[in-house]
Design a binder for this molecule. Structure first.
Ligand code: ADP
Ligand code: MG
Length: 676
């Protein structure tokens, strides 16, 4: 009755050809073969006769060029890469001549891999893997790495791995080929046991002694089956009576497989929650593998990261620098007050003739002061001059200002007083000095009441201004304030003004006042030989300028980030090509293309994100260092820019890691395995 069932494995007119030079070479020719469930079959033949090629096709690692391959009646040529991976994962167990263990994982870790891709819970996975290893006499070797195990022990680990998902069919390609006779005999004994449990065993060998242990010997010569005869192995096990036996020693895997699905059909649907947990498990595994790979190449990983670190640090710094200087300038401007207009001689800033334009005069200021929309007016003039006190001489900017200047500018006093209306009227020689001048000239002396020489004029210091928060003048210049009348008479010998600062009345709109002032002065002068800045204009101009500068420098920083990304891509390509063998092994035990893609993508993203975080730390460190230099502004880091930097780093990881990861995922499993 069992004999009438569909054979488990069925090949029909199957060929496999490889391209060779101009034409092709056919390695398997028109193979027709059926293997029933529970059989133990030996495939023998000379080296190069096509045994491994046949084995790879049987295990769904490779596809036939022509002909049909049916597993439990299902045609495999219709299946896509992931469906084939599922078959390998759930139904086949590979044992290779060269073990193909992953060297950076322990014995236990190696055995667990197929279950990770099958989505088994970590706990169940570990229990089952150590159970299998114990059963194979490896209980005290679970934490050893392949390099610390003998050949026979490694082969036992690989057998445990093949059994991890409860493989129905064991495919062993020269499993004893690399072993001494004692270990070889041990491996064969295990295979016999697996057969006795009802598993289908297909073993490739060129050793007739080994082959005779099977029930059936298939001989291949030059890609063709030349003999198919019974061996001396025990009678075929009737699996109908073995179903209970399956659960004991090596055990069927605990999870989701419904009884019907063991025959290559679609497994019973799994709940969404279970699928999510399984996916999370695979993700965690991919993360662990990425960390392992990074740790295995620390220096290389660090150098790759360096590109990202520098890129991210420079982007974050530039943005913080731009923001810092913008805030600084805006703070300075708000010190000017929001309702002031500054009237300058000339057409605009940088008008080279403005020094010779003498039409802006005190009379203009007086006339403006009488306008209803003007609250206060202070004319200003300025010149450079030397100042001397005792033996110390320095250069200073001499500002001639009205008594209302300090109030209009929001300047505070540290010491003494400002000069008043009478001082202006009387051309008094009362000077207010700034903090820099005090430091330069009056190191150990109280400046108030001291007489200093400005140019050739003796002036008495009446006040010291409090240090301004930066300001346009720059922090190193010395500034001295005298009544503008004094500066005009004693220094300039002219009555023209550099500028007039107008404070607009509180109830008047600044823009409207600006129009009125323009009309008024144009009428007085007969032409428009002045220009007006209001603080809002200045704010806009400066904001635009700093934004342009920031954007420019940021563009350069972004380029460095791009270069870093290319470095990541480069090293990921190297990493993939170094680990082709590992990829092949993972595919052989049932990793999906998405699993491989994910593993390498995670590695790339991890390098970038860790690099990004280090870059941010570097930028913050730079900011702290910058603050120590005592600059008059600070780097301003926004949370948004930091979040953006991390996001940017991850994005670079995905963008530049994708190509290498995709290359890895698209590798042909057989070719990948062959390269190990
Ligand atoms: P066996 O396992 O019996 O020693 P194989 O199945 O490995 O032999 O190889 C059979 C033949 O197929 C060999 O002649 C080999 O050179 C050829 N072959 C195997 N893989 C490839 C390939 N990827 N490209 C071209 N020829 C191949
Ligand atoms: Mg071979």
């Amino acid at each position: 009755m069992r004999m009438e069932r569909v054979p488990l494995i069925e090949l029909c007119g199957l060929s496999r050809a490889y391209p060779a030079g101009e034409g092709t070479i056919t390695v398997l020719k028109d193979i027709t073969l059926a293997i029933a469930e529970g059989e133990m079959v030996a495939i023998v033949g000379a080296s190069g006769s096509g045994k491994s090629t046949l084995m790879n096709i049987l295990g769904c690692l490779d596809r036939p060029t022509r002909g049909a391959y049916r597993i439990a009646g299902q045609e495999t040529s219709d299946l896509d890469a992931d469906a084939l991976a599922a078959l390998r994962r759930e139904h086949f167990g590979f044992i290779f001549q060269r073990y193909h263990l992953l060297s950076e994982l322990t014995a236990l870790g190696n055995v667990e891999i197929p279950a990770i891709y099958a989505g088994t819970q970590a706990e169940a996975r570990r229990t089952r893997a150590s159970g299998l290893l114990a059963r194979l006499g490896m209980a005290d070797r679970t934490t050893h790495r392949p390099g610390q195990l003998s050949g026979g022990q490694q082969q036992r680990v690989s057998i445990a791995r093949a059994l991890m998902n409860g493989a129905q069919v064991i495919l062993a390609d020269e499993p004893t080929g690399a072993l001494d006779s004692k270990s070889g005999a041990e491996v064969l004994r295990i295979l016999d046991e697996l057969h006795a449990e009802g598993r289908t065993i297909i073993i490739v060998t060129h050793d007739m002694g080994v082959a005779e242990r099977a029930q059936r010997i298939i001989e291949i010569r030059d890609g063709e089956i030349v003999a198919d005869r019974p061996g001396k192995g025990g009678a075929r096990v009737d699996t109908a009576h073995m179903d209970t036996a399956l659960s004991d020693r090596f055990g069927r895997p605990p999870p989701e497989r419904a009884p019907g699905s063991a025959r290559g059909q679609v497994p019973a649907p799994i709940s969404r929650a279970a699928r999510a947990t399984a996916y999370a498990g695979r993700l965690k595994e991919a993360l662990r593998m990425a960390l392992l790979a990074m740790a295995a190449h620390r220096l290389r990983t660090f150098l790759t990261m360096l590109g990202i670190i520098i890129g991210i640090a420079s982007v974050v710094c530039v943005v913080a620098l731009g923001e810092g200087s913008r805030q600084r300038v805006l703070a300075d401007i708000s010190g000017l007050g929001t309702n002031t207009l500054e009237i300058f001689a000339g057409r605009s800033f940088g008008d080279t003739r403005s020094g010779r334009i003498t039409t802006l005069v005190v009379a203009d200021a007086d006339a403006l002061a009488r306008q209803p929309y003007v609250a206060a007016v202070t004319p200003t003039v300025s010149t450079q001059s030397t100042v001397r006190f005792g033996a110390i001489e320095a250069n200073a900017l001499v500002n001639g200002v009205g008594q209302g200047y300090f109030a209009a500018r929001g300047t505070k006093l540290a010491q003494g007083r400002f000069f008043d209306r009478d001082s202006v009227r009387a051309l008094a020689l009362d000077a207010v000095i700034d903090e820099n001048t005090r430091k330069a000239l009056f190191k150990d002396v109280d400046p108030i009441g001291q007489v200093m020489l400005v140019g050739s004029v003796f002036c008495r210091v009446v006040g010291v201004t409090a240090p301004q928060q930066g300001g346009f003048g720059g922090s190193q210049n010395l500034s001295i304030y005298l009544p503008y009348t004094t500066v005009q008479a004693r220094f300039l010998g002219s009555t023209s003004l550099r500028s007039i600062t107008v404070r607009v009345a509180d109830d008047t709109d600044v823009a409207l006042a600006e129009q009125q002032v323009t009309r008024f002065l144009t009428q007085r002068h007969g032409m428009k030989d002045f220009f007006i800045l209001n603080t809002d204009d200045i704010r806009k101009t400066i904001t635009a300028t700093t934004q342009t500068m920031t954007a420019l420098i940021a563009a350069i920083a972004v380029i460095s980030l791009l270069v870093g990304g290319i470095g990541v891509m480069n090293i990921m390509l190297v990493s993939v090509s170094e680990r082709v063998g590992e990829i092949g092994v993972r595919m052989a035990v049932g990793a999906r293309q998405a699993d491989i893609l994910q593993q390498f993508l995670i590695e790339a993203v991890l390098v970038c994100v860790v690099g990004g975080i280090a870059g941010i730390a570097l930028a913050l460190g730079f900011g702290a260092l910058f603050a120590l230099t005592g600059s008059n502004f600070q780097l301003v880091y926004s949370a948004a820019s930091i979040v953006a930097a991390v996001a940017c780093a991850s994005l670079i990881g995905v963008a530049f890691g994708y190509l290498p990861a995709r290359n890895a995922a698209r590798l042909d499993p057989v070719a990948a395995l062959a390269r190990d």
